[in-house]
Design a protein around this ligand. Structure first.
Ligand code: HEM
Ligand SMILES: *[C@@H]1O[C@H](CO)[C@@H](O)[C@H](O)[C@H]1NC(C)=O
Ligand SMILES: *[C@@H]1O[C@H](CO)[C@@H](O)[C@H](O)[C@H]1NC(C)=O
Ligand SMILES: *[C@@H]1O[C@H](CO)[C@@H](O)[C@H](O)[C@H]1NC(C)=O
Ligand SMILES: *[C@@H]1O[C@H](CO)[C@@H](O)[C@H](O)[C@H]1NC(C)=O
Ligand SMILES: *[C@@H]1O[C@H](CO)[C@@H](O)[C@H](O)[C@H]1NC(C)=O
Length: 343
């Protein structure tokens, strides 16, 4: 116990140093775009109408930001299309046929390019950061002040996406390692996993739990039997791996704490969700209970962990650029960027 406590103490000091030492977060500030006062209201109204038209987009936008930040920092790299010179993140295993919401970001970027003072000024990475916050708010979650001033990346890497994004097959130690790789700790892991309180997942991400789990000849014992029947019906053995299921069967579209109350009754959809509750002796269990019991505790920690995730390795002026078209770097003219340039 004493050793654990000492280890925890050392970790606190270490994380504190990372957080308070510039330039990691120092570059970001809420008042970054003084020339573009309508930035946040523009993003908000486009996110709101997109979600009004298709509810799931709120979840998709939050996930897009998460996948951007975990791979080479929050730098819009996830938005880049593949080119002759690099294979980007969109076709990486965790992303292909899965991440979505690009049209919303494009719509926001085009709208901003029409506004004087915003033209050529706002990074795609910052647009994604604001959109993710607005998506959470639109779905009933907490709000917070976003910190801005990220530059967009000049490249993207499929290899890095596959190396850094966590897998739904993982156990708690592996998930902790993935989060630690980007400066996030176990509290952030449990808290941000609460992002699975809305949105959908394909059978392919969890069907290994439903029939012959780890070669045992039986389903994952940590799935509630009522829930198991529902999932088996939706994802028959050897069936279509792309069928969608709600990550939170209780309140599928609301940003609330029901993700955590689900875990308590063995109704987590992904293995990486349920292990947070079902790993005996894991310190993640206490946090799951706390969040299941009190939504406001979850919401306040979610804001803290989101600000931390959104501040992963922001690029500055000498490391990046402000893209004209979120799909391409400025030096690589493409049919679409030419269209934007002449519009
Ligand atoms: C802890 C490690 C995580 C793993 C292993 C994981 C894995 C997954 C998987 C497999 C899906 C379903 C994708 C599909 O079937 O196409 C998914 C969806 C989603 N994830 Fe995660 N995720 C993790 C953390 C997070 C975090 C930190 C957030 C945001 C804070 C997040 C937000 C979402 C959302 C909102 C969806 C639904 C997206 C939609 O409906 O379009 N996830 N995640
Ligand atoms: C983990 O990060 C949170 C902020 O998200 C912080 O409050 C907490 O003290 C950290 N925990 C440890 C053990 O470092
Ligand atoms: C509304 O959502 C549907 C998909 O649900 C999509 O096909 C359509 O383009 C969207 N309309 C607008 C105006 O965004
Ligand atoms: C489950 O998988 C294991 C190894 O993958 C295999 O040997 C076994 O026959 C399977 N059991 C059933 C019931 O399919
Ligand atoms: C399964 O879910 C039901 C509610 O649908 C709950 O009452 C029961 O306690 C859960 N069982 C387990 C083992 O978590
Ligand atoms: C950008 O960040 C890098 C690495 O931290 C640093 O070397 C460089 O001086 C910074 N450039 C500007 C313009 O702040």
């Amino acid at each position: 116990m004493a050793i654990r406590w000492v280890a925890g103490f050392v970790l606190v000091v270490f994380t504190g140093l990372i957080l308070t030492s510039p330039p990691v977060r120092g570059q970001l500030t809420p008042d970054y775009y003084e020339s573009c006062p309508y930035l946040e209201s523009t993003v908000k109204s486009i996110v709101e109408s997109a979600v009004d038209n298709e509810t799931r987009l709120a979840a998709s936008l939050l996930r897009l930001h998460f996948h951007d930040c975990f791979v080479d920092g929050c730098d819009g790299s996830v938005l880049l299309d593949d080119t002759d010179t690099f294979t980007g993140e969109k076709n990486a295993l965790p992303n292909a046929n899965s991440i979505r919401g690009f049209q919303v970001i494009d719509d926001i970027k085009s709208a901003l390019e029409e506004i004087e003072g915003c033209q050529g000024v706002v990074s795609c990475a910052d647009i994604l950061t604001i959109a993710a916050r607005d998506a959470v708010v639109k779905a009933g979650g907490p709000t917070w002040t976003v910190e801005l001033g990220r530059y967009d990346s000049l490249t993207a890497s499929k290899e890095n996406a596959e190396a850094f994004l966590p897998s739904p097959f993982s156990d708690v130690p592996t998930l902790n390692t993935k989060f630690a790789d980007v400066g996030l700790n176990e509290t952030d892991l449990v808290t941000l996993s609460g992002g699975h309180t809305f949105g959908k997942a394909q059978c392919g991400g969890f069907s290994f739990r439903l029939y012959n789990f780890s070669g045992t000849g039986a389903p994952d014992p940590t799935i509630n039997s009522t829930y198991l029947s529902i999932l088996q019906e939706s994802c028959p053995d050897g069936g279509d791996a792309s069928v969608l299921n709600d990550l939170d069967q209780g309140t599928p579209n609301a940003f609330d704490n029901s993700y955590f109350s689900n875990l308590v009754i063995n109704k987590g959809l992904l293995r990486s969700d349920q292990v947070l509750e079902s790993t005996d002796g894991s310190s993640t269990q206490d946090l799951v209970s706390a969040f299941a019991n009190d939504q406001s505790t979850f919401f306040s920690q979610f804001v803290i962990s989101m600000l931390k995730m959104s501040a992963i390795s922001p690029k500055n002026e000498s490391q990046g650029e402000i893209r004209t078209n979120c799909h391409f770097v400025n030096s690589a003219p493409s049919p679409t960027s030419l269209l934007v340039a002449t519009a």
